[in-house]
Design a binder for this molecule. Structure first.
Ligand SMILES: Cc1cc2nc3c(=O)[nH]c(=O)nc-3n(C[C@H](O)[C@H](O)[C@H](O)COP(=O)(O)OP(=O)(O)OC[C@H]3O[C@@H](n4cnc5c(N)ncnc54)[C@H](O)[C@@H]3O)c2cc1C
Length: 573
């Protein structure tokens, strides 16, 4: 039997497990990832990489590679509702095609939300993880058993040639998907429900002549023969089409021949050559784990919260999970923080994931209510009478419900506006700002993502680029010099990396604008966690003790506690 020792083991080589491996590699934590499939996904299931995930990928140095294999930005300009690609238009939700929308998007982040099909995204993540020192990525390895004790986790695995092995790790991240056997093995229960069963067809067809002047990401299709959603993967010839089927039907009823007929009804043209690449049944679920960790095992991604794809939150929520968890694992492994810090993973992430599960289900049901579902229940009488001049009235009825669906497709508030509440965050007494899924109001209130500001004279460079995943960042106002000394003292005392930047001196951003956006005066300061969320802010001048206490809390230590005995990074190497 092969024996392996590592800092953190990861089960699952989907987008979440691969992101975890990259984040662990970034921190120099040794990691072994096990994926039972021989290769990354062939079927492009998910595709929307939201702006927050793109910021995380930028920090890891892979955003450019993801951009290069994404749907071109100019083809990602809105959502269409039609009877078929050659049929009648019912309505459109504009996004990037609207100049004001595009201006607001640019003001919120240095990166853009992208559509990068999962079969293109995963290889980028895998390749990058494989370049990280100390990271071992093992495809074709099935984990067969997981046991934990007081000092670590043991995994038994079998590789594709039948060899068996055992891996001993300090901690385990289970990103093993919606049917997670690890979750079951450690006794974590799920709550929620299944919403319906669907078929996804991945196909190639050159549809350029039909879409050239309509650069839409999604095409919702409604006609007598089919209703569902067509996803543009490259804007031209790679597509998926997803639709629901009745409980009394079987996935086996959807033969290649039947699927081809369905695709003809989607396109509305009998002659365009179509090559079906794959037919994949899937189930729309709205479920969440009762807790995200058990002892040394942490569940993330679909293992913790399989959610409806209506809103494109699936792997995005999972990437945010591991981004929240891994800096904490790093501080615990190098003994800067107590193990209790890891309890905050469940406390901080579960409410955010729960909101995303519920919002995704709301999006699906809002479509049903207005007869627009496509992938769930549909009014078959209405669908039978939608096309041609005689269908105009019915199309008008459907069109009335389209503006109400914006939260499904356009959600900057949901992407950036969520916040964490836990003992790691020192409240400053200010109220939670108004929250809207469709509009983002930047806020540096403790718990929120520290807002983006462009650095002057450096096109494309952002204030958020300063936030180092390896440590904390202290931003001080232009008259807040005293905070810098306090930050250095706290860093020394706690053995915690804290990088200090004086606004206006070290960082060329407009100081008045920074004070307004970050909610402090010129002698104020803001402490930002490795994951870019604000841990503490002082509206004005204060004492070094306040900052030291907040930094101690932010890593799960009490303000009065003496510094821990520092050791080597246990998982390193
Ligand atoms: C039609 C559709 C559209 C979607 N659109 C989006 C979107 O736009 N944006 C978005 O964010 N999400 C989207 N999603 C959801 C997205 O596909 C999932 O959320 C995502 O795949 C979850 O990633 P994961 O890494 O958590 O799990 P998975 O991708 O399920 O990966 C889990 C991996 O674990 C492996 N595994 C399981 N057990 C073991 C074991 N014992 N040993 C070794 N390996 C194991 C599996 O083989 C699998 O590869 C969509 C989904 C669908 C169906």
């Amino acid at each position: 039997m092969i024996e392996v020792r590592t800092g953190v083991a990861v089960i699952g080589g989907g987008p979440v497990g691969l992101s975890a491996a990259n984040l662990l590699g970034h921190l120099g934590i040794s990691c072994a990832l096990y994926e039972k499939n021989a290769t990354t996904s062939f079927h492009p299931r998910g595709h929307v990489v939201n702006t927050r995930t793109m910021e995380i990928l930028r920090m890891l140095g892979v955003a450019d590679a993801v951009d290069a294999v994404s749907l071109p930005l100019e083809r990602h300009a809105g959502i269409a509702f039609v009877t078929s690609l050659t049929g009648d238009e019912i309505g459109v939700i504009e996004t990037r095609s609207n100049p004001e929308w595009a201006r607001i998007e640019r003001s919120q982040s240095p990166v853009f939300k992208r559509s990068c099909p999962q079969d293109r995204l995963e290889p980028v993540l895998r390749e990058h993880a494989e370049t990280c020192d100390g990271v071992s990525v093992r495809f074709g390895h099935t984990v067969t058993a997981v046991h934990q004790d007081g000092t670590g986790v043991t995994l038994d695995w079998t590789d594709s040639s039948g060899r068996t092995g055992r891996t001993r790790a300090k901690y385990l991240i289970a990103a093993d998907g919606p049917r997670s056997s690890t979750r079951d093995a450690v006794g974590i229960e799920m709550e929620g429900r299944s919403i319906g069963q669907q078929i996804g067809i991945y196909f190639h067809a050159d549809l350029w002549a039909l879409v050239e002047d309509r650069p839409y990401l999604l095409w919702w299709i409604y006609n007598a023969r089919t209703s569902g959603v067509l996803i543009s993967l490259d804007g031209r010839s790679r597509w998926t089409y997803n639709f629901g089927y009745r409980e009394d039907e079987s996935r086996d009823d959807f033969t290649a021949e039947r699927c081809l007929k369905i695709l003809r009804a989607v396109i509305g043209d009998e002659d365009i050559p179509i090559e079906i690449q794959n037919i994949m049944p899937w189930r729309m679920q709205s479920r969440i784990a009762d807790r995200f960790s058990q002892g040394r095992v942490f569940i993330a991604g679909d293992a913790a919260h399989p959610l409806p794809p209506t809103g494109g939150q699936g792997f995005n929520t999972g990437v945010a999970d591991v981004h929240n968890l891994i800096w904490k694992l790093g501080l615990v492994l190098n003994k800067t923080a107590p193990e209790a810090l890891l309890d905050s993973y469940n406390i901080e992430r579960r409410p955010v994931a729960k909101f995303n599960v519920e919002q995704s289900a709301r999006n699906a049901l809002a479509m049903v209510e207005r007869g627009l579902s496509g992938i769930l229940a549909n009014d078959s009488l209405l669908l039978a009478n939608l096309e041609g001049p005689e269908g105009a009235e019915n199309r008008g009825k459907l069109a009335e419900g389209i503006p109400e669906q914006r939260a499904h497709f356009d959600y900057p508030g949901q992407t950036f506006g969520f916040h964490y509440e836990s003992s790691l965050i020192t409240p400053d007494g200010t109220p939670v700002p108004a929250f809207s899924v469709t509009a983002y109001e930047p806020s540096a209130r403790p718990g929120h993502r520290a807002p983006h500001m462009e650095i002057e004279g450096q096109v494309g460079r952002s204030l958020i680029d300063l936030f180092d995943y390896r440590g904390f960042t202290l931003l001080t106002g232009p008259d807040g010099n005293a905070w810098t000394a306090a930050g250095q003292l706290a860093a020394q005392d706690l053995g915690l990396p804290i990088s200090c930047y004086a606004i206006g001196t070290d960082v060329a951003v407009n100081a008045d604008e920074w004070c307004r956006l970050y909610g402090v005066s010129k002698d104020g300061a803001v402490l930002v966690r490795p994951d870019g969320h604000v841990a503490w802010r002082s509206a004005g001048a204060g004492t070094p003790d306040e900052l030291r206490a907040a930094a101690a809390c932010a890593i799960g230590r009490s303000a009065a506690e003496k510094p821990a005995e520092k050791g080597q990074l246990e998982g390193a190497g």
